[in-house]
Design a protein around this ligand. Structure first.
Ligand SMILES: [Zn+2]
Length: 162
């Protein structure tokens, strides 16, 4: 294996539904009016981060590793996917050195918990919090995100050999 860094990109969209629990970046939002619909807990930010890391390591994607047709993954906390993804990434000889994320949603308001989301991502992907960033954006009233019907997470990850 060469010693060059690898970059990966992950994008994930989930519908939002009233009454669904809302967990984003592994952080619960108990006051949220709606939460992401998904086979697991629908944590789009963690799903996009996993896909970015898997992509950089050349290890396929989250949907292939954890099929949404498998009942074992029903309602599963996405933090567990991150642990399994990191085990595979380590086994393939890589470590995550930086993550940058954009989370687009009309609600909940992300600003008060961005620090907590950075800390949780740092913990799950085994890197210092100073190398993790989370940016919140609204959908500017445009398209399904702007109407509050969905949210989208986009993450880029940089990996180096162990
Ligand atoms: Zn997802």
């Amino acid at each position: 294996m060469d010693s060059l860094p690898r970059i990966g990109l992950g994008i994930d969209v989930h519908r939002l539904a009233t009454g669904r629990p809302c967990v984003l970046g592994g952080v619960p939002f108990p006051e949220a009016k709606a939460g992401p619909v998904g086979h697991s807990d629908g944590d789009a930010l963690l799903h996009a981060a996993c896909d970015a890391v898997l992509g950089a390591a050349g290890l396929d994607d989250l949907g292939t590793l954890f099929s949404d047709r498998d009942p074992a993954h029903q309602g599963r906390a996405s933090a567990e996917f991150c642990s399994e993804v990191m085990a595979r990434v380590r086994a393939a000889g890589w470590r995550v050195v930086s993550l940058d994320a954009v989370l687009e949603t009309e609600q909940p308001k992300l600003a008060p918990v961005r620090g907590a989301m950075r800390a949780r991502l740092a913990e799950l992907f085994e890197l210092p919090v100073t190398r993790v960033n989370v940016k919140g954006k609204t959908g500017e009233k445009v398209d399904a995100i702007g109407r509050g019907e969905a949210l989208r997470a986009t993450v880029v990850a940089l990996l180096l050999p162990l």
